[in-house]
Design a protein around this ligand. Structure first.
Ligand SMILES: *[C@@H]1O[C@H](CO)[C@@H](O)[C@H](O)[C@H]1NC(C)=O
Ligand SMILES: *[C@@H]1O[C@H](CO)[C@@H](O)[C@H](O)[C@H]1NC(C)=O
Ligand SMILES: *[C@@H]1O[C@H](CO)[C@@H](O)[C@H](O)[C@H]1NC(C)=O
Ligand SMILES: *[C@@H]1O[C@H](CO)[C@@H](O)[C@H](O)[C@H]1NC(C)=O
Ligand SMILES: *[C@@H]1O[C@H](CO)[C@@H](O)[C@H](O)[C@H]1NC(C)=O
Ligand SMILES: *[C@@H]1O[C@H](CO)[C@@H](O)[C@H](O)[C@H]1NC(C)=O
Ligand SMILES: *[C@@H]1O[C@H](CO)[C@@H](O)[C@H](O)[C@H]1NC(C)=O
Ligand SMILES: *[C@@H]1O[C@H](CO)[C@@H](O)[C@H](O)[C@H]1NC(C)=O
Ligand SMILES: *[C@@H]1O[C@H](CO)[C@@H](O)[C@H](O)[C@H]1NC(C)=O
Ligand SMILES: *[C@@H]1O[C@H](CO)[C@@H](O)[C@H](O)[C@H]1NC(C)=O
Ligand SMILES: *[C@@H]1O[C@H](CO)[C@@H](O)[C@H](O)[C@H]1NC(C)=O
Length: 436
């Protein structure tokens, strides 16, 4: 396993170095974004303060290697056609700011908009794409979150949404080619149009799947429901972006319990979403911080061998494929470089047993038994044969990693020779599901 992972990471490095190609293989971005905790109340000391805590709290070491500015860093008006950083907020200039972030060990990211103005009313990049890419790159940013407010008239764009985003993707590619530098990563902040999953990958490394997240269970459940229908779109070449992490109890005015925050984090990580912290780390409780520091779950989000998201194999309370924003799919699984991961979500308000047959998941082999690792308890929980039942708290989650432990023991004396009875036959065609 080790050598496979090493090989994959070498390949990854080569990919990054050899091509000016926005489809280049990328893992989900892990880091911090200023919007949800601070909105427009940002300045260099506020953001550097968060970056310092990222470092001292162990988040940087756990893999959160980026600090991103969101909206409201600019002056309201361009100067000589260029976006200018607000000198009150960034008194030593933007280059000094990114250097300070980098000196702490982080990559950086910035924000703009595909329309006339950003959502906060600052200059947007429509029709200024090339100039702005140059500005962002000269400032030292490697990542651009690109929003969707203040859309120009059709008679101006003569384009649809894809076309407006393509303009920026092309400006990024052209700048990278001209300067022989790596292209800035493009993250689409395009909310509410489910169709973005169909074309997002052609222009960007990630695209949002829903409206802005809110720090309440109703919002978490609703985003998981949206994502359940488009989960397979995530791979190394593009990611469903489930929006910022709201892990914290009363942060941002929210009320997520520990169990809800664990479900939120588990779903975001295993669905291969970018993991961008959106809470004030000065006030986050230790138990919530520990959720963000779950290295076993981060490792699956950052798996260098398997890029695919988990997908539902059974909805549970509701019939399969039913869209229901308070009761999304409950039974999920997927492949990882070390085993098969399961996410079991209890959408009820009270504890409930969640039970499944192992072979309901496509990734499990029939006739085999599996070691069970609990990715929240961080314990090995014995061996599963045929099925598993876990009691999960209300709005809580179980995250289990199953690794192959050989053939089913003959001593289990299993009544049925097949995990799936239908069509199960002897070599001469006698079917077990049809009584003699
Ligand atoms: C970009 O990279 C992807 C993945 O390696 C590859 O499939 C695609 O052909 C490349 N595109 C160009 C234009 O080089
Ligand atoms: C940055 O913003 C914080 C919070 O609004 C404020 O307390 C602080 O004085 C500001 N610092 C500078 C240098 O403007
Ligand atoms: C810069 O930000 C400060 C603090 O929010 C604000 O008072 C000022 O008007 C802004 N300057 C410009 C040029 O937008
Ligand atoms: C900014 O530009 C707008 C027009 O786009 C103009 O009305 C306004 O006076 C300008 N503000 C400053 C401070 O230059
Ligand atoms: C940023 O500017 C301040 C004030 O001039 C200076 O003390 C600091 O060294 C600069 N930081 C970097 C990383 O350039
Ligand atoms: C959390 O807050 C939301 C929004 O105010 C509210 O609807 C919900 O009932 C609250 N949940 C709990 C458990 O208090
Ligand atoms: C969502 O599912 C629950 C549980 O089946 C059901 O009670 C509720 O009516 C559904 N909501 C909608 C909007 O269909
Ligand atoms: C699980 O397996 C048992 C025994 O084969 C079968 O009766 C049951 O229907 C299966 N349940 C599901 C959800 O597939
Ligand atoms: C695994 O074992 C630990 C320690 O006994 C326990 O806390 C946890 O709930 C178990 N997990 C499952 C899925 O049963
Ligand atoms: C789970 O499988 C075992 C055989 O290993 C069987 O005895 C038991 O009835 C099954 N339980 C469920 C809930 O399907
Ligand atoms: C088919 O195989 C089964 C089990 O080996 C045996 O009991 C049965 O007699 C066979 N039937 C025929 C028609 O050969």
């Amino acid at each position: 396993m080790f050598s496979l992972a090493l090989l994959a990471s070498l390949l990854l490095t080569c990919h990054r170095a050899d091509a000016l190609n926005n489809s280049v293989q990328k893992l989900p971005r892990l880091g911090y974004n200023t919007w949800n905790a601070f909105a427009c109340n940002i300045n260099s000391s506020v953001v550097l303060g968060q970056a310092q805590i990222m470092k001292t709290s162990g988040l940087l070491d756990a893999g959160y290697t980026a600090v991103h500015l969101d909206d409201c860093y600019a002056n309201l008006n361009r100067t000589d056609g260029k976006i200018v950083a607000n000198a009150t907020k960034f008194p030593d200039g933007m280059k000094n700011f990114t250097n300070s972030i980098k000196a702490l060990g982080f990559e950086t990211g910035i924000y703009s908009d595909s329309g006339w103005l950003t959502c906060g009313g600052y200059p947007g990049s429509f029709n200024n794409e090339a100039t702005d890419v140059e500005t962002f790159a000269e400032w030292g940013f490697e990542y651009l979150k690109y929003d969707n407010c203040y859309i120009p008239f059709d008679s101006v764009t003569r384009q649809n949404e894809l076309g407006r985003y393509q303009r920026m993707a092309e400006a990024i590619a052209a700048y990278a080619k001209k300067t022989k530098t790596l292209p800035i990563s493009l993250a689409l902040c395009e909310w509410g149009w489910q169709q973005v999953q169909l074309w997002g990958k052609t222009v960007a490394q990630s695209w949002r799947v829903d409206d802005d997240i809110e720090p309440f269970w109703s919002s978490i459940a609703s985003i998981i429901n949206q994502a359940s229908f488009i989960a397979p779109q995530s791979d190394f070449y593009g990611h469903n972006d489930l929006d910022m992490l709201q892990v914290g109890n009363t942060v941002n005015g929210g009320n997520l319990t520990i169990e809800e925050a664990r479900s939120h984090f588990t779903a975001w990580a295993l669905l291969k979403s970018p993991l961008l912290i959106g809470t004030d780390l000065k006030t986050i409780g230790k138990d919530y911080l520990n959720i963000l520091l779950n290295k076993e779950i981060i490792a699956i989000n950052q798996d260098p061998v398997v890029g695919a998201s988990i997908t539902p194999f059974r909805w549970g309370i509701n019939p399969d494929l039913v869209s229901n924003s308070s009761h999304p799919a409950q039974y999920w699984s997927g492949q990882t470089q070390t085993g098969v991961v399961f996410m079991l979500l209890n959408t009820l308000d009270t504890p409930a047993p969640l039970s499944f047959n192992l072979t309901e998941s496509w990734a499990i082999r029939a006739g085999r038994q599996y070691h069970v690792r609990d990715l929240w308890a961080h314990t090995d929980n014995g061996t599963a044969v045929r099925n598993l039942t876990v009691t999960v708290p209300g709005h809580g989650v179980a995250a289990l990693l199953l690794t192959d432990a050989g053939d089913e023991p003959a001593s289990a004396g299993l009544e049925n020779e097949c995990a799936v009875w239908s069509q199960c036959s002897t070599h001469n065609g006698t079917r077990l599901d049809i009584p003699a």
